[in-house]
Ligand binder design. Sequence first.
Ligand code: FAD
Length: 474
Amino acid sequence: MKKVVVIGGGITGLSAAYALHQARQSGQDVDYVLIEKDERLGGKILTEKIDGYVVEGGPDCFLAEKPWAIQMAEKIGIIDEIIPSNEASKRTYVFADRKLHQLPDGLMGLVPTKIVPFALSPLISWPGKIRMAMDWFIPKKTTNEDETLGSFVKRRLGQEALDKIAEPLIGGIHAGDPDQMSLVASFPRFIQMEQKHGSLLKAMLSARKNAPKPKPPEPGKLKKTFFMTFKEGMGQLTDAVAAKLDNSKILTGKIVTSVSKKQDGRYQVSIKDGEPIEADSVIITAPAHLAAEIVDGLDKVMAENLAGIPQATSATVNLAFKRSDVHKSIEAFGFIVPISEKRKIKAGTYSSTKWDFRTPSDDYVLIRAFVGGAMNQELVFQDDESMLNMVLSELKDIIGITAKPVMHKIYRWVKGMPQYTIGHLERIKNIEDRQAANPGIYIVGGSYRGVGVPDCINVGTQAAEQALAYMKLK
Ligand SMILES: Cc1cc2nc3c(=O)[nH]c(=O)nc-3n(C[C@H](O)[C@H](O)[C@H](O)COP(=O)(O)OP(=O)(O)OC[C@H]3O[C@@H](n4cnc5c(N)ncnc54)[C@H](O)[C@@H]3O)c2cc1C
């Protein structure tokens, strides 16, 4: 019987293991084992129920446009547990010049598509607005060379759009530095828009004109919103996938130290304080810097390229307050904070406004603050008390909350956010070339071709399918 070892029990590894489990169930002669270094499965997906609050340590939602999370939920029988965001409160604020400004309605991506709300918004100064409008006339780039997100936005829309819109919006997603991030690896859509339409404004207006009219959801069908989550949090997804697997094929609390090639072309997976396991194929889903350590003895070039993918450090701080202690409106999804404001938090999500089922009752609210990211990593390494006081002091300045939280929980993600910097796609190509030279090895996950949960499900499933195809060929 052929055997596959899956390293890492985050959503990528769980998706790979689930595809192998299904293959086994459908009669294919394959065995698998999933090895996770922590005692719990889920990786960066970490939901805790604390005093009746649904507390998200890592991701709190997924993008519905990418179909793989919804497809997975359907397959494992939890489609009815998916919930939409509360669209009535769909507003985001930017904290700029010491005030909260609503992001103008009609902002698609980075580009305003509705003139009136944009013109009336005090977020961007008049010279800044005129500079953004010049995008209409600026000729498109004629070389194929990669550029940073920062350089692209400055070139097309100007510095103010970068500072007040692009950097904080992107900062929220990638915890990244726009002056380091590769445009082609992170936002290939912007390149297509510029190349096809000659201008981002023209591209967005054309997209708006050609967008299909939103249809009311069919009765009994899932009502889709841009971001979606699960009633009991994102952990419901990883728990449900894990519950489908055969328990005897999951090893938790075991660290894989290396993968080496045997003379017969099979692989040996070595485990700290454990017996090595032999396999025909190995799917490595550990974050790139840890995958580098695992393959160091197998393939130096692969390891060097993996180690070359930087990972930023960040933290999320969840806080519950009595609703009566919150005097400013939090009827919104939250706020983002440009780095130019020199504040100590990057964003705040009003979790209990954005989603239902987050608090034990309506008398409480749940807020989540983001600390750190590529440009402020040192803030993550203070002790819990200092971190809590820092976040409370920022929330006081930004939304005027002075009360003590009734519950709080801090999660640190050291090297938890892969950064797709200039040269990322080259590094990925080198890694993939070295995979081809080591047949049966697959390296997939959030560090490589998409950080979102749906992307991770997709690449994990694909890696399992590739492993199955490879083993039949052998
Ligand atoms: C704070 C934060 C917020 C985020 N928000 C969102 C969001 O809202 N929406 C979204 O779509 N995405 C979000 N993301 C990104 C998303 O969570 C990740 O890209 C995704 O969960 C990565 O899954 P993965 O399985 O590839 O990696 P991981 O979840 O990192 O799993 C890898 C696993 O490998 C294990 N491992 C590592 N080394 C070894 C070893 N030597 N031996 C055995 N096991 C090992 C690790 O312990 C880990 O469990 C967020 C990420 C963070 C950090």
